[in-house]
Structures are given as structure tokens and as C-alpha cells.
Design a protein around this ligand. Structure first.
Ligand code: ZN
Ligand code: ZN
Length: 409
């Protein structure tokens, strides 16, 4: 019998998993949320828990999304430099060398007085713009982040991350020259030292810093960088899995990873990456996109934001918002799609940080087994069919969609 292939919608509510919350009467946000659509799909589908990477490993959104898409994070995660730069919204290419950077304050003798430039809050966008330049044949991109944080990216031939930091990681010492850690790093070290010198001049003369001088505020007059890494070349998603993939993500980090995997962007305008986002627009764009590709990952960030804010009530309410959007957009599509819903990790509101707690997941498709759980949450799904690691997910989705091949005769 030839089975009908189905298309796959993977909804990742970022940081979905949680722990019991005092403000929710000892329930988790999922447990407390009124979410009839999610509960219907879970009840009539298969459910369980997923360890995004492995039991006891606390995932970042980058390492978990890599793993879910079938990429070994221990191989392709090349450090915080490249992945934070991806998160900055810079459109990176494989082979780019990226560093984490700080705006800092140094004195006339090049001594670091404040590694964070007084935790500068305004004007960093203007400062960052002035630091894009070309040195030799190398393009340099600089992008501001939150407060003093920024990303520094080098693109060109013959570059390597095998160089020292110029960030001394302490104050009241001089900014050291960058030195190559191997022969490969020589050109990169030379360019970084030139960048440092040029950026000192540019920043010193910049209007934003002139104003700070007048107000006797710490100037953001130097760039300290550290943790260089190379942007990885991810094997193309379509070649790897044999299906066309797309993504919808307001968060630059997730979008950047999917883009490196060669997936197509279907993100509608006006999504925010926070709890005020338009979930309906995202799911509608996904249904539309699935006419063109076979698989779409939708990342919905608000759950993680509420978790980091320590706000279990807001997380519960945001889950309810996702549920209403699922009700509005997906309930008519449920018999033609494989619909999977999970998180990329837990972000318990009680911790305000990611944890290694496994995350509940359901997969619903026409003809699937029915686990029959009534309320989809961290505890109830223990009675379900699935117990997964993140790198099982693509296999399971492909086989649910009748797109997997038999292993053996
Ligand atoms: Zn995440
Ligand atoms: Zn997070």
C-alpha cells in the first residue's frame, strides 16, 4: 500500500517546559492554562517527553534548534561568538569569523577603565554603524546588542579564529594586542589589531561620545572582543532530509540557524519575538507556506520571555494565546498535516533560566495512535507513547508524515 505523504508543521513554543508555580496554585503554566485545542490534539495524538539534547544537558535555543533539525550540536555549535552574532540579526555566511564584543571605556594610556562603558544604553546603534569597514580584503561587520554588548564579524579569505582575545577580562589593565595562536591566525590578528586602532579613532570622534564627554559620562571609546569562532557550514536541510524545509521565527538566532541550513523564510511582517506577537499570523503563514514546502518550523518566543521574567502567570496566558491561534488556524487543517507541538527546552519561571527538565511534546496526524491524555502538561504526558531525545525528532516527524524509508528488508 502506498501511504499518502503529509506535510509537517513543527511548532516550538520556546522554553515551554516548566515546574510547579506558587502563583498558579502549584500547577505548571501548561497545566493551569485553558487550552482546549492543544488538549484535543494531544489527546488524539501521541505524547511524551523530549530531552532536547540529552538528559541533564541544559540547552540553549541554538543547540536545541540545531539538534531538532537533525544537526549534531556537538559538531556544529562553534561557540557563543558565531551564534550570538547570528542572534544579532547579521546575515552571516559559513566561514565568517565572529566574536562577542563589548563597548568599553579606556583612558588615554589605553587602560581599561570600564569593560562595559557604564552599561551604555543609548547610541550604540549609531556607534556600531560607524564601525563597518574593510581592512585589506576583509569585510568587517559590527552590530550592537543589548546594553554594551555587540557582535564583531570578519569575512574574507585566509581568516581563522585561532587568535587571542583583546578583552583582558578585567579593569585597570592595558588592552593587549591580539596575537595569533597558530600560523593560521596571523592575518586575522593583524586585521583585528588594525580594526582596534581604527575603531578607537572613529569612536573618539563620534558625536555620541562627544555628547557623553560633555555630560561627563563614560565614553564607549573602545571595542573589546573575545571568544572568536567560525560560522559553521550546515549540511543543506533538503539534501539531508530529502524534503523542502521552511521556517517562521522572529528571533534572529533561530532564523539565522534555519537560514544557514538553507531553509526558506516564511516569517510574516509584524511578529515581535515576544508575548505581544501575532501568533495567528505566524500559523496562517505556516499553512500557506506548506503549500510550497514539506516542513515548516515555527518558533514562538513569548513562552521563553515569560519564563525568563519569572512570570508564570504571563506564561500561562501566552500558552492560552497560542491555543486560541491553533484553534483559529489549524483545527481545519488537522487531518491533512502532521502537527507537532513542543518546546526547545524548559524555562521554569521559578528559575528564570533554562533547565534540563524534559519538555512535553505531542504529535497529531490522521490515523495516529491516541494517548488519550486529557490535559497536556509536563506530568500527564509521562503516560504517553514517546520518550525522545532531540535528535530523534526529525526521524519521528518524517515517519509520521509517511516520508521515511524502511530500515532493512
Ligand atoms: Zn529557546
Ligand atoms: Zn531563553
Amino acid at each position: 500500500m502506498i501511504l499518502q505523504m503529509m506535510k509537517v508543521l513543527l511548532i516550538i513554543a520556546d522554553g515551554l517546559g516548566d515546574r510547579p508555580s506558587p502563583v498558579l496554585g502549584g500547577k505548571t503554566p501548561l497545566e493551569a492554562a485553558i487550552k482546549p485545542n492543544i488538549d484535543y490534539l494531544a489527546k488524539n495524538g501521541i505524547t511524551g517527553l523530549i530531552d532536547p539534547i540529552a538528559p541533564g544537558i541544559i540547552p540553549g535555543s541554538d543547540t536545541s534548534h540545531l539538534t531538532y533539525l537533525g544537526y549534531d550540536a556537538y559538531k556544529y555549535y562553534t561557540g557563543r561568538g558565531p551564534f550570538e552574532a547570528l542572534g544579532s540579526g547579521l546575515k552571516l555566511e559559513p566561514g565568517d569569523i565572529a566574536f562577542r564584543a563589548n563597548f568599553a571605556t579606556v583612558d588615554g594610556n589605553n587602560i581599561v577603565r570600564d569593560r562595559r562603558a557604564g552599561r551604555i544604553r543609548s547610541g550604540t546603534d549609531l556607534l556600531a554603524k560607524s564601525l563597518n569597514m574593510k581592512i585589506e580584503d576583509t569585510d568587517i561587520f559590527f552590530k550592537e546588542g543589548i546594553e554594551h554588548r555587540a557582535a564583531l564579524v570578519l569575512r574574507g579569505e585566509g581568516l581563522s579564529p585561532e587568535v587571542s582575545d583583546n578583552d583582558p577580562h578585567e579593569e585597570n589593565v592595558a588592552v593587549p594586542k591580539v596575537v595569533p595562536l597558530s600560523k593560521k591566525g596571523e592575518k586575522t590578528a593583524r586585521i583585528l589589531n588594525e580594526f582596534y586602532d581604527r575603531s578607537r579613532k572613529i569612536l573618539n570622534e563620534h558625536e555620541v561620545n562627544r555628547e557623553k564627554r560633555e555630560k561627563s559620562m563614560p565614553e564607549a571609546n573602545a571595542i573589546l572582543f573575545r571568544g572568536g569562532g567560525v560560522v559553521p557550514e550546515l549540511p543543506n536541510f533538503e539534501i539531508k532530509h530529502g524534503i523542502k524545509g521552511g521556517y517562521i521565527a522572529a528571533v534572529s538566532l533561530v532564523a539565522g540557524i534555519c537560514r544557514l541550513a538553507g531553509m526558506k523564510n516564511f516569517t510574516p511582517s509584524g511578529v515581535t519575538g515576544s508575548t505581544d506577537t501575532n501568533v495567528v499570523a505566524k500559523l496562517k503563514a505556516a499553512v500557506e507556506g506548506l503549500k510550497e514546502v514539506d516542513f515548516i518550523l515555527v518558533n514562538i518566543k513569548g513562552t521563553d520571555i515569560a519564563g525568563h521574567d519569572g512570570n508564570g502567570m504571563k506564561k500561562k496566558e501566552f500558552i492560552e494565546k497560542i491555543d486560541r491561534a491553533i484553534g483559529e488556524v489549524l483545527m481545519n487543517e488537522k487531518d491533512s498535516l502532521v502537527i507537532a507541538f513542543t518546546g526547545d527546552h524548559s524555562t521554569p519561571a521559578s528559575l528564570k533560566e533554562h533547565s534540563s527538565d524534559p519538555v512535553p511534546i505531542f504529535i497529531h496526524y490522521k490515523g495516529s495512535r491516541r494517548d488519550g491524555i486529557e490535559n497536556f502538561n509536563e506530568m500527564s504526558v509521562r503516560g504517553g507513547t514517546l520518550r525522545l531525545r532531540g535528535n530523534d525528532l526529525m526521524n519521528l516527524l518524517l515517519s509520521s508524515a509517511n516520508m521515511a524509508e524502511k530500515f532493512g528488508a
